[in-house]
Design a protein around this ligand. Structure first.
Ligand code: PLP
Length: 392
């Protein structure tokens, strides 16, 4: 008689799943959920609602029957719009066949990495940088090797350092500009150097440009501005520019042969991005761009509040030039960033993100996001400043 496999012999969750790097932000969010009247400086998404014409686009598309699967690579009309937008911005030719629509920019990042990175490969990621880069590397069995974004250099990388970290096993360099958590925007000459290093050393360049529309008096320079070479992947999306985080819509632009491979990966990943969201995306790209400028101006005003509160304290290592984050120096407290963030949250009811979430170099900072109302932001930042300054 066949013996039934008992629960006691069931294998545990996979080693890879169990060893997933755990983000310190989860601890802060769990702690914040237990408190009342918390000011949220930890939330990395726009507080504004998606503009009405985009929501209307989704409603009318759903009523008109756009409720089925789309092709793996996305709706041809949306791909065409993204290609035209990209070509206009970069000054290079981009065809719809080079665009893959994904479930959020995270879907595009995951796709780009899986398209070219093999188990055992190395991928260069920024320190500090968005924690999901390391998590994706972990999931594909690659090694994430960090390059520095030093605070004293305005959180910009040294191209020579990046070049020196390239080994036989390096498959890709991941860039993020405008940067999370730094707010740094890479200047044109730096981007040109980085594009040249990746090209000449034969490694892929995966450029995360999800905050491309949120720059304050600076130009955003895409890695594709120097040509969409055979090694270049550009990641962007709707989440931040159009306040569409919940719609889960992003894209990848890369050479057509790689886009074909990336398209094949969509089938087992998500099959396709939500068709209704894609129609909303079409409404976003075909409608007025005023909302994008309004969001940018709003974040700029809030960035100025950050500077107003911290400007003369020496606690703000760099004035953010893009995205909606700033790093605040907590080193005079002598606390590790996670301990600081927990204590500050419990004692002063303000949630921040411990810098350690973004990499080992960032433990002397906490990240604040300027994604809440001006008054709450001012109050939260003032409490942060008072709390740090009360340490001798
Ligand atoms: N890249 C960076 C640097 C981000 O901060 C985020 C979201 O916070 C993403 C990518 C993911 O964007 P999406 O919500 O479109 O998946």
């Amino acid at each position: 008689m066949l013996k039934e496999k008992s629960a006691a012999t069931l294998a545990p969750a996979s080693a890879r799943a169990r060893s997933m790097p755990r983000s310190a932000i989860r601890e802060i969010m769990a702690l914040a959920a237990e408190q009342t009247d918390v000011i949220h400086l930890e939330v990395g998404e726009p507080d504004a609602s998606t503009p009405a014409h985009i929501i209307e686009g989704a409603f009318s598309a759903a009523r008109a029957g756009w409720t089925k699967y789309s092709p793996n690579s996305g709706l041809p009309t949306l791909r065409q719009m993204i290609a035209e937008r990209s070509a206009r911005r970069w000054g290079v030719n981009v065809a719809a066949s080079q665009v893959v629509v994904t479930t959020g920019a995270i879907g595009a990042l995951f796709t780009a990495i899986v398209t070219v990175v093999e188990t055992g490969d190395e991928i260069l990621i920024p320190d500090p940088g968005w924690p999901n880069y390391e998590s994706i590397a972990h999931l594909v069995g690659a090694t994430a090797v960090r390059y520095a974004l030093p605070a004293q250099k305005g959180f910009l990388p040294d191209p020579d350092e990046i070049a020196s970290r390239i080994t036989d096993r390096t498959k890709a360099i991941l860039l993020n500009t405008p940067g999370n958590p730094t707010g740094a925007v890479f200047p044109r000459a730096l981007m040109a150097r980085l594009a040249e290093i990746a090209r000449s050393r034969g490694v892929y360049l995966i450029s995360d440009e999800i905050y491309e529309d949120i720059v304050f008096g600076r130009e955003h320079v895409s890695a594709a501005a120097f040509g969409l070479g055979p090694n270049v992947f550009i990641v962007s999306g709707f989440s931040k520019s159009y306040a569409m985080t919940g719609w889960r819509l992003g894209w990848l632009v890369c050479p057509a042969e790689l886009a074909a491979v990336a398209t094949g990966l969509q089938e087992p990943l998500t099959s396709c991005a939500s068709t209704i969201s894609q129609k909303a995306g079409e409404a976003a790209l075909s409608g007025s761009a005023d909302c994008v400028a309004e969001f940018r101006d709003l974040f700029r005003r809030r960035r100025d509040i950050l500077v107003e509160v911290f400007g003369k304290t020496g606690l703000l290592p760099m004035v953010p030039e893009g995205a909606f984050y700033g790093l605040v120096d907590i080193s005079r407290t002598g606390l590790r960033s996670l301990d600081f963030a927990k204590r500050f949250l419990v004692e002063r009811k303000v949630a921040t993100v411990p810098g350690i979430t973004f990499g080992p170099s960032c433990d002397r900072f906490v990240r604040v996001a300027f994604t809440i109302s001006d008054e709450s932001l001012r109050e939260g930042l003032q409490r942060l400043r008072d709390y740090i300054e009360k340490f001798p």
